[in-house]
Design a protein around this ligand. Sequence first.
Ligand SMILES: C[S@@+](CC[C@H](N)C(=O)[O-])C[C@H]1O[C@@H](n2cnc3c(N)ncnc32)[C@H](O)[C@@H]1O
Length: 258
Amino acid sequence: MDIKTNSINNIIENGQWYHTILYQDKKSKGTFDYTDLIDKLNFPNMQNKTILDVGCSDGFFSYYFLSKLNANEVTGVDINKYDGSVSFEVLNSFQDKYKDKYQDHDDFVNLEEDYKNLGLINSNKYLFMKKIFDLNMNYKFGSVYDLSKFNMHDVTFCGSLLEHLRDPITALEQLYFKTKDYCIVDISNSFRNPIPFLDKPYLKYTGAGGNFYHYSDKAIELMLQTIGFNRVETLNRYKIPIQKYNYKIQHTTFIAYK
Ligand SMILES: C[S@@+](CC[C@H](N)C(=O)[O-])C[C@H]1O[C@@H](n2cnc3c(N)ncnc32)[C@H](O)[C@@H]1O
């Protein structure tokens, strides 16, 4: 086996992964395994479309849009600097606690030689995915709170990010400004109002130092409509297990048309 193949396999099998990815006969140990579920989530065909994937993480969804849904180009945006620093908004008083946790997430410490063998200067998995699958996916550092430097895209996508933000409305409005056709927003820990006829737009504050809110489906729908989207539909509701624990997280995916 040549050095590069060996390094690719090592990063897949021994790296820290948010998503499970499949490469030839190798599989990463992601926190979330969407590999069987993803085709059941009703994403529309993206033939020839350009996509802005905000909060793109390791690029699992960007890869899916390009390789399975025929997108033309994906720009992935994330605030992760891949230097072990915290890549989520957290309260100031929680910084130290989260810092320790995030330092453990950076596998560059253990796999530096493998990344370097592939010409990569840090553990940015998006660039790793681009390299191994040779796809038209381009990583840009940036925040969902200010997308002004990016072009408009046919499709915008924002998965499992809103729950981490203190200001979901600015985030959704920024996505609106960059959307030509439609925006897909995937929300984790979403809930339905237990009293259906009182279908209110609720936000539940979690009491945590980060990962601030849980949203009722109605809340996200109303935010998207109020921001200006013409039509908002639910693409799916699904549960996905966290691989380490015996626990499934509820998600709702919305599609909002311009
Ligand atoms: C929970 S992960 C979700 C990954 C993927 N989009 C998905 O749907 O599974 C959230 C990602 O958003 C990034 N992130 C956090 N705050 C952000 C912000 N303000 N702007 C852009 N990305 C952000 C994190 O670094 C992380 O990669």
